[in-house]
Design a binder for this molecule. Structure first.
Ligand code: ZN
Length: 246
């Protein structure tokens, strides 16, 4: 089976559209590690697409917040403002879809998907020691996570934790072949708001029968996404950070 692995779309329709064109014909099932909404200005277009097309999904902290399932006090003022705007602008059907997205980790045909960490959906896994602390909670050898908006992830080998680098800026893809006796915590990166210094939309194509995956980076219409944010009078910083990939 060939899977399209998405995470952290954040209401960026321009980025999602470019990813879908790039991945067209290359997958059987779409999977998402959460954060459909928040930050960008097209939550309904994104959630409409996800409802129609994504087979397996876990919720992210922004999905929870916009659906009224979490306290907005945890959010910084800008994330909070965009959450409130999103909650006011989502259709009732899309709000109720967000409310019902399950919490991760979720098992999908032999691998797992989660948003933050296997211990806590809101926790960031950035440093190797953070991964070491939760490694024993992973129930499958291959897990996909998001939340950090940083493409790459970690290999959990007998000697410790190794970091998987993101796709280099001058490449559009990078492949990884799975080995036995290694556990993998894989981050596809963010479709809609990359924070690893590369503004291109990030995602993964995973082929379970070939036991390999491909990290992808795709340029998209960043100016289009920025003008939607400005048109909806969301904070300018949310538009500007898209060009920088931060
Ligand atoms: Zn996110």
């Amino acid at each position: 089976m060939r899977y399209l692995i998405l995470s952290d779309i954040h209401a960026n329709w321009h980025a999602l559209h470019a990813v879908l064109e790039d991945a067209s014909g290359a997958y059987d099932h779409a999977v998402c590690c959460g954060d459909l909404v928040g930050y960008c200005a097209d939550p309904n277009r994104v959630v409409d697409w996800v409802r129609e097309n994504v087979h397996s999904i876990v919720r992210g902290n922004h999905d929870k917040a916009c659906a009224g399932l979490d306290d907005l006090e945890w959010f910084n003022p800008i994330a909070r403002l965009s959450s409130e705007w999103t909650a006011q602008n989502l259709t009732p059907a899309n709000l109720s879809y967000l409310r019902d997205i399950p919490k991760g980790p979720l098992s999908v045909n032999g691998y797992s998907i989660l948003h933050g960490s296997p211990a806590d959906e809101d926790e960031y896994l950035i440093a190797a020691h953070e991964v070491a602390e939760v490694g024993q909670l992973l129930e499958t050898n291959i897990s996909f996570f998001g939340h950090t908006h940083i493409q790459g992830g970690f290999l959990l080998v007998r000697q410790g934790i190794l970091r998987i680098p993101k796709t280099p800026p001058h490449h559009t893809s990078q492949t990884l072949e799975f080995e036995n006796d290694v556990r993998y915590l894989i981050n596809p990166g963010s479709v809609g708001q990359p924070r690893d210094g590369d503004p291109r939309a990030a995602y993964i194509l995973y082929d379970s029968s070939e036991r390999m995956l491909t990290y992808r980076r795709v340029p998209y219409d960043v100016e289009g996404a920025k003008s939607r944010i400005r048109h909806e009078k969301l904070p300018d910083v949310l538009a500007n950070r898209l060009s920088a990939g931060t």
